[in-house]
Ligand binder design. Sequence first.
Ligand SMILES: [Zn+2]
Length: 344
Amino acid sequence: MKIHLVALALFLVGSCATLRYSEKIEKIKANIVFKDSETVKSYLETITEMELKTHVYQFSSDKFQGRRAGEPGHHKASKFIKDYYIKEDIKSPLGSKYYQYIPESYFSEGIKDSQNVIAYIEGTELPDEVIIISAHSDHEGYNDNEIYNGADDNGSGTAAVLEMAQAFKKAASEGHGPKRSVVFLHLTGEEVGLNGSRYYTKYPVFSMKNTVANLNIDMIGRVDDDHIDKPNYVYVIGADRLSTELHYISEKANDNFVGLDLDYKLNSDNDPNRYYFRSDHYNFAQKGVPVIFYFNGEHEDYHEPTDTPEKINYTLLAKRTKLIFATAWYLANAENRIVVDKEY
Ligand SMILES: [Zn+2]
């Protein structure tokens, strides 16, 4: 009998805790409201397949020679990004140079001097608080016979960032500037060990403390084997690891505006690929910044010279870009910055 009472007591305590948890989740969900849905929709419409396609084709063209960090092709690619921001009249927090230089001594494996490229839309009310949207700009380079064009890895992510920047800029110039600053960060040296993000998080342009979230994109233009019959998806990795709220904001943004299947399989603690630890967002997460990593999974052309632009699904690339834009919009405009409620 005594044992039964203990068991009953434990059961009651357990169910109370579960109730409290589910109440907490319901409260978080109820508080996530896009107050300006029509405005968000109007800027989502400026993100187009055609423009994304143009960016991917240009960025993965042979003239950038596979964009190996520190090599002339990657310098040219960095200049392409910088010139885009100048043309779109999108400023850099670094003034006219746009580049965060990283010296050769910081790299290993014979990588020469390189650079991150940084642009931003300054927040109207809380300019020191930032949402960072990132994508790595480097890739594998070339060998005697072939160029590694890296159209998906990471022409797709780069194109998405450029297109979102243009949408945020258009919003700002029409009186809908973000409350917090939105930073567009093109990272170098990812393929050779997450160097650009490690450097940025060590020498941040905006303090890590004021960095509200990092939305990192690495390969969002293709479909992996598991989704050939149901390609309307994206893997979302890391969203719930530091901030419960961030996960539900991402879900709400998707429900309200996009309707992708958000696949959390690769976010599992038990996933042997450990993608959460393998791209640039992880350097932010290590500093306590909540992150989301957007990814399409690996495919037969992953890190092969056959990762070329005609294989990208541009309809899907546009949808995935819209999900990230809507999420960033919310984070930048929300009344309160998201709460970090989990250990890292
Ligand atoms: Zn990549």
